[in-house]
Design a protein around this ligand. Structure first.
Ligand SMILES: Cc1cc2nc3c(=O)[nH]c(=O)nc-3n(C[C@H](O)[C@H](O)[C@H](O)COP(=O)(O)OP(=O)(O)OC[C@H]3O[C@@H](n4cnc5c(N)ncnc54)[C@H](O)[C@@H]3O)c2cc1C
Length: 466
């Protein structure tokens, strides 16, 4: 078979892992990755400043799905992987009534926890016995959680979960699009709790059958940060990557696609894959299909500002630092969405005797914060940390990273929009859409989609024949 060509737009983890999977499966394929920025990695990147190691975007990835760990293994990165500390796994906190309070991690701590009233606790325990819903209409996360576990759980725990992952509004996000497993558990097991119990039982059984110790879900990174994954992908794909190219337009010419950048350069390919954010994909497809562009451009994004701060440990009054950090549910509309205690989660994130934290600000309900200047942001975050973490003095390190369009929001209607996008896309043979805009925003979702997309692309190229 002659050498076929694929152009991938976007050099984030979606585009790079897709290119890597395609190269692995078919080394003869002519691959080109076009990236707008001078550096690849997209949201992922690690900074080393003044002895602090700061993640610009994601802090780590979970092993709930195997895709990212498998990618790391294939890249020979397994020995460099580090799991989050045991304390970070077990000890998570929520801000309620201005105070940091532990999320229960056992039945006893749940019973004793002041987070929920007795009525709230009872309502949560009754989730197992509530009838599953039979209606088909899409439901928001807030409505789903209220219906299954009561309003208190929806306003505190479900909100905290959504704030931590999507920085979004639980009343607007579609539960089926953002947490498909929860909806599936209700359908299959009659209850979310029963679903989790059954899956946990199955996991323990299969680990024992392999002679392994059952492991709880963990978060992973590398000693030198997530940059290690990007650097490894980049070094394997170096000859395919072209940075500083902003793709603006696509055109079908006979059986081939022509991809245009801002200048006079263009690239020809049998298949073109867009893994850049939805609002950029919409620009690229506008000339060939205005309706498709309109549908894609309707996917909204939320802003997030990462304020990384270093303090001497002696300046921290809060005693239980062996944890992941805390979340302030969106409905509290505070200046900080949550704080990750980075130096408690992974080693070597701060110099000896110092702590490194990342305050995440903004989110769907506080989009105004994106416009605050560095001084206003730092002042607001430090003020909040004085109240919550009991700090004294000023930070000895500050790094601010603004993400004006950080995370796509799968609002109500997302699934039917994606269905329409897929329908229209069928008319454009050889055009593939990927990235985090459609079916999952976590790194694991991106690497999973890349695996699945690589297979679809290979099938398409096989159908083209010689
Ligand atoms: C602050 C923050 C914290 C997060 N925390 C976590 C976490 O802890 N765990 C987790 O699993 N996930 C987390 N996420 C989500 C996760 O990081 C992203 O979903 C994932 O990295 C997206 O990868 P991607 O390749 O799909 O998109 P991106 O990383 O956005 O990459 C897209 C690339 O396309 C390029 N591009 C854009 N337009 C063009 C164009 N016209 N032409 C060429 N190139 C273009 C961009 O420059 C970019 O490099 C977080 C995200 C953010 C922002």
């Amino acid at each position: 078979m002659g050498s076929r060509s694929v152009v991938i737009v976007g050099g984030g983890v979606s585009g790079l892992s897709l290119a890597y999977r395609l190269h692995q499966a078919r080394p003869s394929l002519k691959l080109t990755v076009l990236e707008k920025n001078p550096k690849v990695g997209g949201n992922i990147g690690t900074l080393d400043r003044q002895g602090y190691r700061v993640e610009r975007g994601p802090n780590g990835f979970l092993d709930a799905k195997p895709y990212t760990l498998e990618l790391c293994a294939d890249l020979g990165l397994k020995p460099q992987l580090i799991a989050a500390s045991e304390g970070a796994r077990k000890n998570r906190y929520v801000l309620k009534d201005g105070k940091i309070q532990a999320l229960p991690n056992s039945l006893m701590s749940f019973i004793r926890s002041p987070l929920l009233s007795w009525r709230g606790k009872f309502s949560l325990l009754m989730e197992k016995y509530r009838k599953p819903r039979t209606g088909l209409e899409e439901e928001s996360i807030r409505d789903f959680a209220s219906r299954r576990a009561g309003r208190e759980v929806a306003d505190l725990l479900a909100d905290a979960l959504v704030t931590g992952i999507h920085a979004g509004d639980p009343a607007l996000l579609s539960v089926k699009a953002t947490f498909p497993r929860m909806v599936q558990f209700e359908k299959e097991y009659g209850s979310v709790m029963r679903g989790f119990t059954a899956v946990g039982r199955e996991k323990r059984k299969s680990a024992r059958a392999k002679g392994e110790q059952p492991q709880p879900q963990r978060m992973w990174s590398f000693q030198k940060g997530l940059q290690v994954l990007i650097d490894a992908l980049e070094s394997r794909l170096a000859s395919c990557i072209q940075t500083g190219v902003t793709v603006k337009r696509l055109e079908k010419q006979g059986n081939l696609w022509r991809v245009y950048g801002e200048g006079t350069d263009s690239w020809e390919a049998d298949a073109v894959v867009l893994t850049n954010p939805a609002y950029e994909q919409a620009i690229a497809v506008a000339d060939c299909d205005a309706e498709l562009a309109q549908l894609i451009s309707e996917i909204p994004y939320t802003p997030v500002v990462v304020v990384a701060l270093g303090f001497p440990q002696a300046a921290v009054g809060f005693q239980n630092l062996d944890g992941f950090g805390y979340i302030a549910p969106q409905n509290t509309k505070r200046d900080i969405l949550g704080v990750q205690w980075c130096s408690s989660i992974f080693p070597d994130r701060a110099p000896a005797g110092q702590v490194l934290w990342r305050a995440l600000c903004g989110g769907w309900n506080r989009q105004d914060i994106l416009n605050w200047d560095d001084e206003q942001l730092t002042r607001a975050v430090v003020r909040e940390l004085r109240e919550t973490m009991k700090i004294t003095g000023e930070p000895n390190f500050v790094e601010i990273i603004r993400w004006p369009k950080a995370i796509p929001q799968y609002h109500l209607g997302h699934l039917s929009r994606v269905e329409k996008i897929e329908q229209r896309q069928k008319a454009h043979k050889g055009l593939f859409l990927g990235g985090n805009s459609y079916s999952g925003v976590a790194i694991n979702d991106c690497t999973e989609n890349a695996c699945k997309l690589s297979q679809k692309i290979l099938n398409f190229l096989d159908e083209l024949g010689n």
